[in-house]
Design a protein around this ligand. Sequence first.
Ligand code: NAP
Length: 213
Amino acid sequence: MNVLVIGANGHTGRLVLKELKNSSQHFAKAMIRKSEQTKDMEELGARPVVADLEQDFSYALENVNAVIFAAGSGSKTGEDKTIAIDQEGAKKAVDYAKEKGIERFIMLSSMGADQPENAPEGMEVYLKAKNEADKHLQESGLNYTIVRPGALTFDDAKGQIIAQPSIEDKSGDIPREDVAKVLVESLTTTETNHKVFEILSGEDSIDEALKGI
Ligand code: NAP
């Protein structure tokens, strides 16, 4: 598959590119917003395209079969950026995918996006934005997979996760590297089609966990 990674220069996005490079079945197109990031993307085996989620970025979705959305406004930006990027940027990506006949869309969402009304203090706008983007994708008619990890770490991959529609004990965390593996494996794991699920580090191999979802 030709896979567009949106947010490719991010911590998780770069790990997604690494996973795509390691797989023999995918080619990566990396959506970045600064041309200085081009060389790094090429070194990670991806074809860069410079585009901004706050502008028209429909051209970035040319010649791709699948999208992995791993962008985000980050915790240090204000509410307006959260809405512009995590919500409206993600919704536009879904709309462009639909316009261009791209069927497969993998969304990196967040644990808690199912119930933004119960968000911890300070997370309300972010989780509402994620909820809106996820709903838009679910209603789009695209073949979606929505992955909702708990807290992300910079640890090396453990390769073992728990994946469930709603994990009872949400107190754990998960390395970004494992999240990247889940996003890439989901592309071709048909059991994840039209599914929304939470992930944390756990006891099952990623393959087993995704096939059992
Ligand atoms: P990150 O390193 O902050 O990466 C976010 C990426 O989005 C960056 O590459 C950034 O570009 C890009 N971006 C921001 N605004 C953009 C715009 N207007 N146009 C195009 N690209 C834009 O994020 P991360 O740490 O890998 O996390 C990925 C996502 O996981 C988060 O955004 C969040 O939604 C989700 N998540 C996080 C946690 C957590 O514990 N942190 C938990 C659950 C889910 P630049 O590189 O140019 O800045």
